[in-house]
Structure formats: structure tokens, C-alpha cells
Design a protein around this ligand. Structure first.
Ligand code: NAI
Ligand code: MG
Length: 357
């Protein structure tokens, strides 16, 4: 068998870190089936060159030919530009990538709190349906509204994904002796604000709970709840208490960037956009114009995203192998990019990881 992966570097440092991830995938040799990489276009530069941020051909090839994909990063203009909309948001929609899964763990050998958690963010609704309106207010001035959509359908499927991930994590660390979760049972924290938004967040919470209640196998993990504001507070004070957190889109967006700050650099944090039929790895960071073209972008977020992609595609051993090599390089400390206090280049860090594969 073989794998076909769409590679979408898009803009800025995406063009530097995605090739690093590809080199790592290529170095796995017989640990995974033979991979064919298909370079695909998208992004702000592509929009300026040919008028489309997300060409139809890119969507078609992903849908019809690919088993999965890797996305780099996109530069979105801060002002509104006619005809342009973010290709990553559009891709999530076209491919029904309803979950954004972000594991955040502290870096071996670096100071900072102990963190080993996964944030599972709903990717399709909440306030991000972008139904906004603005009117003249009766008493003068303006009034603006945004509609927040929560469905039981989307909440249940994101809940199911969170419980599956918690079960898998608990299974993986059963025999482990190191790490904050070594040997411990799994836990899912439902993040909401249903003390205030009892209808929308209430539906989210009840839907996630109904998934837990419906399946006996999920009882192997614990379920608890945290109001979103105290979630932030506790995450900063005692991040080690969180295993898997599941949240509606906006809360998930905010707490996951907060969690990334706990571990030192955006250049370390991977993610996947996952649906039932497709999965796309994507570093959490943006196109970083301030360091673009200097070969100093940290490739680890991208490389870890490739690992997540492999895990989702059913190659957990190859995924673990990548993570072990990354951890060993970080722990040794000899090759680090400037964002985490080193002097190495993107290429040197990637080479050091390749050597261990
Ligand atoms: P950013 O994530 O690109 O950069 C923030 C800071 O982190 C910068 O100082 C950058 O140098 C640093 N950084 C990010 N990734 C790094 C890496 N791998 N290694 C070392 N340092 C790294 O966010 P910013 O500057 O707010 O946005 C820049 C552009 O990226 C904007 O056009 C924005 O719209 C876009 N963006 C795209 C995202 C995506 O593709 N999903 C996500 C966030 C922003
Ligand atoms: Mg964000």
C-alpha cells in the first residue's frame, strides 16, 4: 500500500517548515507505507499571483486523491481585501474538518510548568459562523449583534472525539513510568459557561455528557466540567491537572493559544484539523513575516504536526518515533532555534532530528 499526502506550504515560514516536516516523513523509510507528496497551492501570495486564495484544483486533489494533508501557514491581511478570504477556514469547511486537536506539552529539559494536555476545539460553529449585523441603536449610536450557533450534532461529535482521545492517551501511558500522567486514568474536562449562557453552553455540555452516558467504554475515563474563566485561571496555576479539554469554537481558540504560551513558543505546538474522512496537520503558528526567509523558524511545530497526522492515519509507532526524536533533540539542547533560546537554523534542527530516525 502507499500514502498520498497533499502538501500546502502557503505563505511565509510555511514554505520553510513544511519541507522540514516532509524530510522527516521521508526519513521514516519502511516504518510507514511509501508516501507520495503532492505540492498544492493556497494562500495570500497565491491570491495576489492568480486571484484565488484557495484554487479549486487544490480542493479537488485533496478530496479525490489524497489520504491526508499538511498545511503550513497563511498570511491574512489585517484589512478587508475584496475577494480574499482565509483558505484555512475554507479548507476546514470543504473537507468537514470539524475538530481542531492541539496537544500541548512542556519541553523536556526546559524550565516552565509541567503540561501534558490536549485541547479539542469544535471547528465549525459557535460565534465563528460569522453571522453579524449592525444597526442604528434606538437611543443613538450603533448596536451590533453576533449569532452564536451550537448544535447537538456538532457538540456530540466533538465530544466523541474528545473521549476517544482520552481513552487512547490513557491506554498509551498505562505502563509508563515518566510524565505527569504516567499510569493515571484519563480525564475529559468540558469547558463552558452555562452558568450565564444556559441555553447555548447548556446544550454543548448536555450533548457532550450524553455521548459519555451512551457508551460504556467511555466510563474508563472521568468526565468533569470547568467554567471557561476558571479554566484559564487554573490552566495558568496548575496546568498539570488537565488531560483532555473539550470546548466550543471560541473558548477553544482562546484557551489553546493560552496553553501554547505555557510551553514557551508557538514554534513548538502542533495541531491537526480532523474530520471523519480527512485529516490535515498544521502548526499552530502563523506565517511569521518577521523571521521569514532567514532559515531560523522552528520546524518542530510542523514536524510534530506530521506525527499527529500519522497517528490519525493509523501509524502510531511511526508517530511515536518522530516525537521521541524531537524530544531527544530538545533535551540534548545542542540544536535549538532562537525562539527557544538557541542559535541553530531550521535546517540544523531538522538534520539533528533526522539523524535520530
Ligand atoms: P505568527 O504566529 O506568525 O507569529 C507570532 C510570533 O511568533 C512572531 O514573532 C514569530 O516570529 C513567532 N513565531 C511563530 N512561529 C514561529 C516558529 N515556527 N519559529 C519561531 N518563531 C515563530 O503570528 P502573527 O505575527 O500574529 O501573524 C502573522 C501572519 O500569520 C498574519 O498574516 C496572520 O494572519 C497569520 N496567521 C496565520 C495562521 C494560520 O495560518 N493558521 C495563524 C495565526 C496567524
Ligand atoms: Mg487562534
Amino acid at each position: 500500500s502507499s500514502l498520498k499526502l497533499g502538501m500546502i506550504p502557503a505563505d511565509g515560514i510555511g514554505k520553510e517548515v513544511l519541507p522540514a516536516a516532509q524530510r522527516v516523513l521521508e526519513a521514516l523509510g519502511s516504518a510507514i507505507p511509501k508516501v507520495t507528496f503532492v505540492p498544492l497551492l493556497a494562500g495570500w501570495e497565491e491570491f495576489n499571483a492568480r486571484g484565488k486564495a484557495l484554487p479549486e484544483e487544490t480542493i479537488r486533489v485533496l478530496k479525490e486523491e489524497c489520504d491526508g494533508a499538511m498545511f503550513g501557514s497563511v498570511s491574512s491581511p489585517s484589512h478587508k481585501v475584496a475577494g480574499y478570504s482565509s483558505p484555512i477556514v475554507a479548507l476546514r469547511k470543504h473537507l468537514d474538518l470539524y475538530a481542531n486537536v492541539r496537544p500541548v506539552s512542556s519541553v523536556p529539559g526546559m524550565p516552565g510548568p509541567k503540561v501534558d494536555m490536549v485541547i479539542v476545539r469544535e471547528n465549525t460553529e459557535c460565534l465563528y459562523i460569522k453571522k453579524e449585523e449592525i444597526h442604528d441603536a434606538p437611543g443613538g449610536g450603533k448596536v451590533a449583534y453576533a449569532t452564536r450557533q451550537i448544535t447537538s450534532y456538532a457538540s456530540e461529535r466533538i465530544g466523541r472525539m474528545a473521549f476517544e482521545i482520552a481513552l487512547r492517551r490513557a491506554e498509551e501511558r498505562k505502563g509508563a513510568t515518566e510524565g505527569i500522567w504516567a499510569g493515571k486514568e484519563g480525564k475529559v474536562t468540558i469547558v463552558h459557561k452555562s452558568n450565564v449562557l444556559s441555553v447555548t453552553d447548556g446544550l454543548f455540555r448536555e450533548s457532550v455528557r450524553s455521548v459519555y452516558d451512551a457508551e460504556q467504554r467511555f466510563k474508563a475515563v472521568k468526565v468533569e466540567e470547568q467554567l471557561v474563566d476558571s479554566m484559564v485561571y487554573r490552566m495558568f496555576r496548575e496546568p498539570e491537572i488537565f488531560d483532555v479539554a473539550v470546548a466550543p469554537n471560541l473558548y477553544g481558540d482562546i484557551i489553546s493559544d493560552g496553553a501554547a504560551a505555557l510551553v514557551g513558543s508557538l514554534g513548538l505546538v502542533p495541531s491537526i484539523n480532523a474530520g471523519d474522512n480527512f485529516v490535515m496537520g498544521e502548526p499552530v503558528h502563523g506565517s511569521a513575516p518577521d523571521i521569514e526567509g532567514k532559515n531560523i523558524a522552528n520546524p518542530i511545530a510542523s514536524i510534530r504536526s506530521a506525527s499527529l497526522l500519522l497517528q490519525s492515519l493509523g501509524f502510531p509507532e511511526a508517530a511515536t518515533k518522530i516525537n521521541a526524536a524531537v524530544d531527544a533533540v530538545l533535551l540534548e539542547g545542542k540544536y535549538r532555534t532562537p525562539d527557544i533560546g538557541g542559535k541553530s537554523t531550521t535546517t540544523e534542527v531538522t538534520d539533528a532530528i533526522l539523524k535520530l530516525l
